[in-house]
Design a protein around this ligand. Structure first.
Ligand SMILES: Cc1ncc(COP(=O)(O)O)c(C=O)c1O
Ligand SMILES: NCCCCNCC[C@H](N)C(=O)O
Length: 366
């Protein structure tokens, strides 16, 4: 039976391709891999993912709890700032807690004395071409960079987290930036037991030199005597998922337009935030359409794509690469029907794991 659109469709066989690359990297480099829940937190596939990854990392109390309860393994807690009322519960779910600032560390170190504590370092360089996602942007609040200040709190921490990559598919750039990190922070790294190099490294992408990457991580671990962690979000789930939609209307207003039963604003928000087009395959043929969402936002547009045939009401469209920063960011703008979440199992069968109803919409408000 055809499922009713819209729905996100996670394909386990595609997900496994990423997982196998991650597992190979762990074996060859000795690095541990933690899923960044901020990017992808659809726990129905955690049973598959946990066989290939060491655990999760988080950005909030809710995420650390989800990681602990639904994924298991090693659970890292990080937040830009913890509130007094949440710190004890955060600690109860975590193996390690990483503070974003010395101020937070000093405030909460004693309440986190039962688990490993760390600090976020900001190396003041990044691979991000997006100001919005650049942790090293001017006046950044993300981590400490003053070596002397960090030296003074070394007795309260055993490791560091450094996240400065963003969709970085260029190994040489990663390598150079790690070199700068070593130059800047060598005295601190030598005193650490573990270092997380964060996420944003696209090592599961095609043609990424995974062996060189593994060798670099292993060398870094050996030089400083640290356990290296990676926090892949996008790299864990890239190309595993589609957003399945249906054409509701077609118009011609100088261009051919197709309106679908979804919304980029509500269901693939990152594309709108970063001004990127959605991806469609094969995107070939003589009929060009602007594929638009059904919210009232004038710019609710997935992109312009080429089709073999003219689109008509009822046609199905599959939007590619719809796992990262989508389901975790979906919202009820315009009350648009929220996509269900479905999984294509390894035997090809599809099961719906979550549907959202009017009650969910109503209960999201009061
Ligand atoms: C600290 C940290 N770790 C990991 C990630 C995951 O990044 P990505 O999904 O690009 O791999 C992020 C992204 O925000 C992050 O801030
Ligand atoms: N596709 C456009 C850029 C996406 C950036 N994603 C990662 C954001 C993450 N929150 C970060 O800040 O590193």
């Amino acid at each position: 039976m055809q499922l009713t659109t819209p729905y996100y469709l996670i394909d386990k066989s595609r997900l496994i391709r990423n997982m196998e690359k991650i597992a190979r990297l762990r074996d060859t480099s000795g690095a541990k891999a933690l899923l960044a829940l901020k990017c992808f937190a659809t726990w129905s596939v955690f049973d598959l993912m946990r066989d290939y990854m060491d655990g999760t990392t988080s950005s909030s109390l809710n995420e650390v709890r989800l990681g602990h309860e639904r994924f298991g393994g090693e659970t890292h807690a990080y937040s830009v700032a913890y509130a007094d009322y949440e710190i004890d519960e955060v600690v109860s779910h975590a193996d390690k807690i990483i503070f974003n600032s010395i101020g937070q560390l000093e405030r909460f170190a004693d309440r986190a004395s039962g688990i490993a504590r760390g600090l976020r370092l900001n190396p003041q360089i990044s691979s991000s071409s997006f100001d919005l996602a650049d942790p090293a942007r001017p006046f950044s609040r993300l981590g400490e960079w003053d070596l002397a200040k960090v030296e003074r709190v070394m007795d309260r921490i055993s490791g560091f987290m450094i996240h400065n990559n963003c969709e970085n598919a260029d190994f040489d750039l990663f390598d150079r930036m790690l070199g700068v990190i070593e130059e800047r922070f060598a005295p601190l790294l030598k005193k650490a037991e573990w270092v997380s190099l964060g996420g944003g490294i696209h090592f599961t992408g095609e043609d990424y030199p995974v062996d060189r990457f593994a060798e670099r991580l292993k060398r870094f671990a050996g030089d400083y005597g640290v356990q290296v962690y990676l926090e892949p979000g996008e790299a864990s789930i890239t190309k595993s998922t589609t957003l399945e939609v249906t054409v509701l209307d077609t118009l011609h207003n100088g261009k051919h337009l197709a309106i679908v039963d979804s919304s980029i604003e509500a269901h693939m928000l990152d594309l709108l935030i970063y001004r990127e087009s959605a991806k469609l395959k094969p995107n070939k043929g003589p009929h060009r359409y602007m594929v638009c969402g059904k919210s009232c936002l004038a710019g609710d547009i997935f992109g312009e794509f080429d089709f073999e045939k003219e689109l008509k009401v009822g046609d199905r469209i599959s939007i590619e690469d719809a796992a990262g920063y989508t389901m975790v960011k979906k919202n009820w703008f315009n009350g648009v029907k929220m996509p269900a979440i479905a999984i294509r199992e390894l035997d090809g069968s599809i099961k719906t794991v979550r549907e959202f109803t009017y009650a969910d919409y109503e209960q999201s408000l009061s």
